[in-house]
Design a protein around this ligand. Structure first.
Ligand code: PMP
Length: 405
């Protein structure tokens, strides 16, 4: 936090957004190749989303999902609009407020269900080192980044981590996650939480790895929770990465691009099997969870406009075409820069691995392009804008090399 605050100056705060660009208080327009915090997927002035929020403001600006049995009718409409685009065995949605909360809700629901079904010893949840699922006590516990645990832990107990397939053996090799769960005792595992593309590093988990994990979970009665807060809603060129890979998770989380970041919203989507298991419990054994702003009507209205945009504006096609272009151009440009050890990703989610990620980020900023340590490009980006980013990558890598020599 301290280091972050030091980098904020009166000229670098953001004041305005248009398309894929933002203007800072110093008057400089920058290409936002990190899409806000990876969530402003449809750019900063999408007319359909703005109009939907305005209309909802005049109709019903608030209703809640957790108390007194009067949810907004819009929550049903929004779910009905989204569900046809998700894997068909997932057919119930619980809206939440943010991504960490969606992960936490899925994990607690998993534990609750095992307990209600007479297996309280099934309490441990596995995540992956380098995985990101939030920074609080629930989502943060699943996050596989050590400082998140050290800064103020212990966080949620009975959470364990395994190396990802990219760690020890290289992509597509034997699964440490499955081996660790076998050694630990799969009958004590409640759930496994994975990102299909690891956001902090751009590692793409292969179809084989994920299918094998899904099979392992099914065999051992473990819930597979696929965290698609980042990969969902178009980023990989489909509504979900799970759908793209024919995966059948028990629960799937969405967030970020669900509203293109115009209002806070996330969701836990349940398989029919999980939902029926919850439904089948006696009345005095219900899962009670939620927060005041879950499924906020302004956010739900935004989410419906996003679904409409993804289905009618050629955005998924754009992601696939621009993604292929981006991979080809980045791969070619980095050949000139030996300090880049790898380019990896999929859709509009690409990482460049270099020894100096922070320097490179700042050099890119100096060249007029905002990136995070991993870039998440706006889904509405054009060919010219891709080229602008690639040229900035090329120049910024040159700047960093010069600086370091
Ligand atoms: N899961 C994933 C995969 C994420 O990338 C993030 C946020 N970067 C989260 C969960 C947490 O979402 P939020 O910041 O909305 O709590």
């Amino acid at each position: 936090m301290g280091a972050y605050l030091k980098t904020v100056s009166p000229e670098t705060m953001l004041a305005e957004g248009r398309g894929v660009r933002v203007r800072d208080t110093g008057g400089r327009w920058l290409l936002d190749a990190r899409s806000g915090l990876w969530n402003v997927t449809l750019g900063y002035d999408h007319p359909g989303i703005k109009e939907a929020i305005r209309r909802q403001l005049d109709t019903l600006p608030y209703a809640n999902l957790i108390g007194y049995g009067r949810p907004s009718a819009l929550s049903m409409e929004a779910a009905e609009a989204l569900l046809p685009h998700l894997p068909s065995h997932l057919n119930k949605i619980r809206y939440c407020s943010n991504g960490s909360q969606a992960v936490e809700t899925a994990v607690l629901l998993s534990r609750f269900l095992h307990r209600a079904q007479g297996a309280p010893e099934r309490n441990t949840v596995f995540g992956m080192w380098r995985g990101f699922h939030g920074l609080g006590a629930g989502g943060g516990a699943l996050t596989g980044i050590p400082y998140v645990h050290h800064q103020a832990g212990p966080l949620l107990p009975d959470v364990m981590h395994a190396p990802g397939p990219f760690e020890a053996h290289g992509d597509g090799q034997a699964s440490d996650l499955e081996r660790l769960m076998t050694d630990f005792g799969p009958e004590r595992v409640s759930a496994v939480v994975v990102e299909p593309v690891v956001g902090e590093g751009g590692h793409v988990l292969t179809r084989e790895y994920l299918t094998s994990l899904a099979q392992f979970c099914r065999t051992h009665g473990i819930h597979l929770i696929v965290d698609e807060v980042t990969t969902g809603m178009g980023r990989t060129g489909a509504f979900t990465r799970s759908g793209q890979l024919d995966l059948r998770p028990d629960m799937l989380t969405l967030g970020k691009g669900l509203t293109s970041g115009y209002a806070p919203l996330s969701a836990v989507v349940l398989s029919d099997e999980v939902y029926q298991a919850v439904r089948g419990l006696p009345y005095d054994q219900q899962f009670f969870i939620g927060s005041t702003n879950d499924g906020h009507p302004l956010s739900l209205a935004a989410s419906m406009a996003v679904v409409e945009a993804l289905t009618t504006e050629g955005i998924l096609e754009n992601v696939r075409a621009r993604g292929a272009e981006l991979e080809r151009r980045l791969t070619s440009v980095v050949k000139r820069h030996p300090q880049v050890t790898s380019v990896r990703g999929t859709g509009l989610m690409y990482a460049i691995e270099s020894d100096e990620p922070d320097l490179l980020r700042l050099a890119m900023e100096a060249r007029g392009v905002l990136v995070s340590t991993l870039a998440k490009w706006p889904l509405v980006i054009s060919s010219d804008e891709i080229e602008e980013i690639v040229v900035a990558v090329d120049q910024a890598l040159g700047d960093v090399a010069e600086f370091a020599s």
